[in-house]
Write a protein that binds this ligand. Structure first.
Ligand SMILES: Cc1cc2nc3c(=O)[nH]c(=O)nc-3n(C[C@H](O)[C@H](O)[C@H](O)COP(=O)(O)OP(=O)(O)OC[C@H]3O[C@@H](n4cnc5c(N)ncnc54)[C@H](O)[C@@H]3O)c2cc1C
Length: 309
């Protein structure tokens, strides 16, 4: 086990929230240490082109955007470790961060561990993600103008995504495993009233049909056992997403329902000197630009804490 000196700031996560926090903290004179984690660059590295991040009129490939952010953070003195944090002791002063056998100590910590989307886990899913299979209608709905898409889910998110997609797609199928939606009444009514949405209940997708790209799905009716094929150009998952917060359980306050970090005033957690930014805490907006904005806020809040203490 190696022991490091006490650092001013450690940032856990290298997505838009983590790197933006590092840029702000670096420019403020702190030399943050960033743990890049299992997905260096975060979720944007899985998308081909990002068209709604301001400053890039033609869009920018997600991996390129994240390389730029990394370079910018390093330019202001950020140090990056390409390993994952495995354990934390946040109540201690200084706070302790463990990455395998290594122990690190810091006066302030920014958690920016993001989230993972629930998918079906069917064969071919990895290669189809962002190329026919999607996790965010706000991000990728635009690519389906005049096409046919399907949404899987039965909650408010599924209703919201379906309605949003009708702005672009000619036809939206909403596929749900159960006979009843668990969405709020108002969202249900809005969805049922939308002529572009066709609802398929008691059904689950069991296979992706692929001919160079996604061409459709096989659907099984759970009650009748009948299997049918549905031709679609794109499929959107709205079956929830899981914040990457397991290692913080029992240490900071987490939202009981899904485990997002509970914050007040955008970025303050239940422990002083520990800030949270991006999708690990935000279950509403979940965009790169909002994660980046929260990263900037967390860095400014960390600076205040470090200057005060
Ligand atoms: C396919 C796809 C397309 C998208 N398209 C768009 C789009 O067009 N526009 C848009 O604005 N948004 C888009 N989004 C959403 C956007 O990418 C996310 O909202 C954003 O990345 C959240 O940023 P974040 O920094 O909070 O977390 P993430 O990007 O999820 O990054 C989390 C980071 O934390 C690290 N981490 C996790 N656990 C640990 C650990 N134990 N130790 C150390 N590090 C850890 C990971 O390695 C990763 O680096 C898309 C998402 C996906 C999946």
């Amino acid at each position: 086990m190696s022991t490091d000196g006490i650092r001013e700031l450690i940032i856990i996560g290298s997505g838009p929230a983590g790197f933006t926090a590092a840029i702000y903290a670096g420019r403020a004179g702190f030399k943050p240490l960033i743990f890049a984690g299992p997905q260096p660059g975060g979720q944007p590295t899985t998308t081909t082109v990002m068209e709604n991040f301001p400053g890039f009129p033609e869009g920018i490939p997600g991996p390129q955007l994240m390389q730029n952010m990394q370079k910018q953070a390093e330019r202001f003195g950020a140090e990056i470790k390409f390993s994952a944090v495995t354990k934390v002791e946040l109540a201690s002063e200084p706070k302790k961060i463990f990455a395998g056998d290594e122990t690190y100590q810091a006066r302030a910590v920014i958690i920016a561990t993001g989230s993972s989307y629930r998918t079906l886990g069917l064969p071919k899913e990895k290669e189809l993600l962002a190329r026919g299979l999607h996790t965010c209608a706000t991000c990728d709905g635009f690519f389906y103008r005049g096409k046919t898409v399907a949404v899987i889910g039965g909650g408010d998110s599924a209703m919201e995504e379906s309605n949003f997609l009708t702005k672009f797609a000619d036809q939206v199928y909403l596929i749900h495993r159960r006979a009843e939606f668990r969405a709020s009444e108002i969202m249900k009514q809005r969805t049922l009233a939308n002529k572009k949405i066709k609802i398929i209940l008691n059904s689950e997708v069991i296979e992706y049909l692929v001919e160079n790209k996604l061409t459709g799905v096989k659907i099984k009716n759970i009650l009748a056992g009948e299997i049918t094929e549905l031709k679609i150009d794109g499929l959107f998952f709205a079956i929830g997403h899981i914040p990457n917060t397991d290692i913080f359980k029992g240490q900071i306050a987490l939202n009981e329902k899904e485990g997002h970090i509970t914050t007040t005033n955008n970025v303050y957690t239940s422990i002083e000197g520990v800030l949270a930014a991006g999708d690990c805490a935000d279950f509403t907006y979940r965009q790169s630009i909002t994660a980046a904005a929260l990263g900037a806020m967390a860095a400014m809040a960390a600076r205040k804490w470090l200057e005060k203490n």
